[in-house]
Design a protein around this ligand. Structure first.
Ligand code: SAH
Ligand code: SF4
Ligand code: F3S
Length: 482
């Protein structure tokens, strides 16, 4: 038995803190001892790799997982040939699931070559009982399974796994707890996401997110601001505030505040130059928010406003709580207040009972609203949701045909939209050297469009003026103005 294990077995339970985050720091410290032993044995540091599926919530969670692993002493590697591989999964549509299953098998073959390898499955898929059952039955080589509510517990789970030597499964149904002050990595040096709320209470009838992410919980504004200030002190200039429905932020807090008020507080933080947020539910978008965006110097001129369908009948079945007319009115209000705003959306095609007329209503909104871009999804039946029980599912070939027609419509309108900036000089946040190599940069406009232009990589993370020479649909070719 390893010296470390011997020592650990002598640790009395009373020594382990019961409050968070102290408890997790305690386990991270213990694991540092284990890591030292591993390094001595293997003559190298242990590596980790996190594969993230799904939305920005999951990306943010992965940064927290990375923060914990780096604290223990793991170093990141960009392939699955690692000592610890974690899959942070998504289940919003069936194909997200299929992709994960396809790859777990592959991990099994990797583990045969490296029996010390550890494999963890976490994220939204793990919140579904049938998924956990399948892993327990068919993928016995997985070491740790946990869900979305106890991401913060990774150190403790790893500790248990090492101690017990068999699969550790810890999935919570829900939680009220928000654990602050744990370590977190960020992928970029100049932009970062910040959770402002967790979960969702909307129960759109097609959507699994409320079931796998639990009820809506807002972080306290002081905790959010403290995190933003810390990020700013580390050189972050762009912040993305994250929540499934940011417009209902703060309503359930002991001292309720509105999302617009939170934005004003974030705006005050010195060093932050751009503020973005995701996602806005149209039903909760307030006049106060429009006013705040309009008057702000830092809030980006981009609004992602998922419409899902243009048919009032379908919207009702989806439980979205707005009509086609209300949606268009809102778009009009936003564009009147902010003519420069770039509007993007999400659309689902083939929701149960969607007729050709319903679909044409969606096309009609696409034509009238003038989206800069739209993410389109084929309806995917999610077990446990209200829509999964609806009988009148639309045949696959009908859905595919509508989907293609919608794509074409969006291509035409978004091209016209994007083109409106051609010839202008706008501020660009330089993000990276692009695949064309040295001297070719990619940056982002406030309205979220990408721009490619010539420049040195010392500009990465800086805001620079770029003349937009030519529009290529979803991106621009530009020229740096010195
Ligand atoms: N909270 C966000 C959306 C999160 S999910 C919002 O309400 O705007 C991102 C997108 O996935 C949704 O906007 C929706 O268009 C799509 N989506 C969710 N469930 C889906 C399903 N069952 N089938 C197809 N698309 C779905
Ligand atoms: Fe899903 Fe609707 Fe909640 Fe968005 S608002 S996460 S679509 S239930
Ligand atoms: Fe997917 Fe979970 Fe996000 S289901 S879309 S990763 S909240």
């Amino acid at each position: 038995m390893s010296e470390w294990l011997k020592k650990i077995k002598e640790v009395s339970l009373e020594q382990i803190p019961t409050t968070e985050p102290e408890r997790q720091y305690y386990f991270m410290d213990l694991l540092k001892g284990w890591m030292e032993e591993q390094v001595a044995e293997k003559g190298r540091k242990l590596t980790y790799h996190i594969q993230t599926f799904g939305c920005q919530m999951n990306s943010k969670d992965s940064e927290k997982l990375a923060g914990i692993l780096e604290t223990i002493g793991y170093v990141e590697t960009d392939t699955e040939k690692a000592d610890f591989v974690l899959y942070n999964t998504c289940t919003v549509r069936e194909n997200a699931n299929t992709r994960v299953y396809g790859r777990i098998g592959y991990l099994g073959t990797m583990k045969k070559k490296n029996p010390d390898m550890k494999i963890a499955m976490c994220g939204c898929m793990m919140q579904e009982a049938h998924v956990v059952e399948k892993i327990k039955k068919s993928y016995r080589f997985v070491d740790i399974v946990f869900g979305t509510h106890n991401i913060f517990k990774l150190a403790e789970l790893l500790y248990e796994d090492i101690l017990r030597g068999k699969m550790v499964v810890d999935v919570w149904e829900g939680t009220e707890q928000i654990v602050e002050d744990l370590p977190s990595e960020h992928k970029y040096k100049f932009k970062a996401g910040v959770n402002i709320m967790y979960g969702c209470n909307n129960f759109c009838s097609y959507c699994i997110v409320p079931y796998v992410r639990g009820r809506e919980r807002s972080r306290k504004p002081e905790d959010i601001i403290a995190e933003v200030k810390k990020l700013a002190s580390e050189g972050i200039v762009e912040i993305m505030l994250l929540g499934q429905n940011v417009n209902s932020y703060g309503k359930t807090l002991e001292n309720p505040i509105s999302f617009a008020e939170l934005l004003k507080m974030v705006e005050e933080v010195e060093g932050i130059k751009r503020i973005r947020f995701m996602t806005s539910h149209p039903k909760d978008l307030s006049d106060e928010l429009i006013e705040t965006m309009k008057n702000s110097k830092k809030i980006c001129t981009h609004l992602h406003l998922p419409m899902q369908s243009g048919s009032t009948k379908v919207l009702k079945e989806m439980n979205r709580k707005y009509t086609k007319e209300e949606y268009l009115l809102l778009v009009d209000k936003i564009k009147t207040a902010m003519p420069e705003v770039s509007l993007t959306t999400d659309i689902i095609v083939g929701f149960p009972g969607e007729t050709e007329e319903d679909f044409l209503e969606t096309i009609d909104v696409v034509r009238k609203a003038g989206f800069d871009s739209a993410y389109t999804f084929i309806y995917s039946k999610r077990t446990g949701t209200v829509a999964a029980k609806m009988e009148n599912q639309v045949p696959e070939e009908v859905v595919k045909d509508r989907f293609n027609r919608l794509l074409e419509e969006i291509r035409i309108t978004s091209e016209a939209c994007a083109n409106r900036y051609t010839g202008k000089t706008m501020e660009v946040l330089v993000e990276e050297e692009n695949e064309q190599g040295e001297g070719r940069l990619t940056g982002r406009l406030s309205n979220n469009l990408l721009v490619h232009f010539n420049g040195g990589k010392e500009l990465i993370g800086k805001l620079v003026p770029v003349n937009l020479k030519e529009c290529k649909g979803f991106y621009y070719i530009g020229e740096l103005i010195l």
